[in-house]
Write a protein that binds this ligand. Structure first.
Ligand SMILES: NC(=O)c1ccc[n+]([C@@H]2O[C@H](COP(=O)([O-])OP(=O)(O)OC[C@H]3O[C@@H](n4cnc5c(N)ncnc54)[C@H](O)[C@@H]3O)[C@@H](O)[C@H]2O)c1
Length: 256
């Protein structure tokens, strides 16, 4: 059996020794993604606005034999983004993968009771932060003509939602940004894909119209953070080199 066939068959993900930054990975989908990618061999920068959560996830990874650092990072602050990148380079020497996952929810606002300030704050937190983090990481990926980026979007950005127009707009914006970048960055062999996240049992979804939304999922159960992490693991794997500009939606059939 030649070396290439062996690699294709037994190293499907090809993440051993790669370095991944997962934003907002102190809880929920980001946490599950950090843990799953670490199990697949990637070095992980766990970063979150909650310092304690980030460090707990880091400890969990390290205690299970993985390699990780934990950093407090508010993705709305450029200096925090730069600090996270600097610490990642210091520890692991490189950045191969970026998962733009950190976000906030809209608090159940309708267009009538939402303020301009609330709109601006959520667009900054959910969309502008992903643009800024990507901009700061790109020089490292461009220099080696290789990289994988995932935008963690939402069904709200694809089919809309019952409330929170600012949330839906921010998540639709991530899809547009991801697709445009995917086009532009083919020249650098950088893949950009989008997770069209379906309803998933986390702190964020529990706080927002949980009962109404669970009734819309045909798959007889609600998504787990690991369902989303598995799709992300595929998107950043070496097996997905030919996948770019795509939206993958683990959603139990909630929309098709
Ligand atoms: N749970 C769902 O049903 C669902 C559905 C669609 C999309 N999503 C998306 O999935 C992603 C993860 O959400 P989740 O459900 O795991 O929620 P979560 O609340 O469990 O996790 C979000 C994480 O982001 C962190 N965070 C918040 N503001 C931050 C900031 N300024 N800087 C850095 N970190 C910050 C939080 O501390 C938290 O750890 C989000 O982008 C969300 O929009 C979730």
């Amino acid at each position: 059996m030649n070396e290439r066939i062996t690699k294709t068959q037994f190293d499907y993900f090809g993440l051993e020794g790669k370095t991944t930054i997962v934003t907002g990975s102190g809880n929920g989908i980001g946490r599950a993604t950090a843990i799953m990618l670490a199990k697949l061999g990637s070095n992980i920068t766990v970063c979150d606005i909650e310092n304690e959560s980030a460090n707990n996830v880091k400890k969990e990874i390290v205690n299970n034999g993985g390699r990780a650092i934990g950093i407090r990072c508010d993705v709305c602050q450029l200096e925090d983004i730069r600090n996270t990148i600097d610490k990642t380079i210091e520890e692991f020497g490189d950045i191969d993968i970026l998962i733009n996952n950190a976000a906030g929810c809209g608090g159940g606002k309708t267009i009538d009771d939402m303020t301009y300030e609330e709109w601006n704050r959520l667009i900054q937190l959910n969309l502008t932060s992903a643009y800024m983090f990507t901009m700061e990481v790109l020089p490292y990926m461009k220099a080696k003509m290789h990289g994988k980026i995932v935008m963690v979007s939402s069904g709200a950005g694809i089919v809309g939602d019952f409330s929170d127009p600012h949330y839906a707009a921010s998540k639709a914006g991530m899809i547009g940004l991801g697709k445009e970048l995917a086009n532009e960055l083919t020249a650098y062999r950088i893949n950009v894909n989008i997770l069209g996240t379906g309803l998933t049992d986390t702190r964020m979804s529990r706080s927002n119209l949980w009962n109404k939304k669970t009734q819309q999922v045909p798959w007889y159960r609600i998504g787990l953070p690991e369902d989303q992490a598995a799709a992300i693991a595929y998107m950043v794997s070496e097996s997905a080199d030919y996948l770019t500009g795509q939206v993958i939606c683990p959603n139990g059939g909630a929309w098709m």
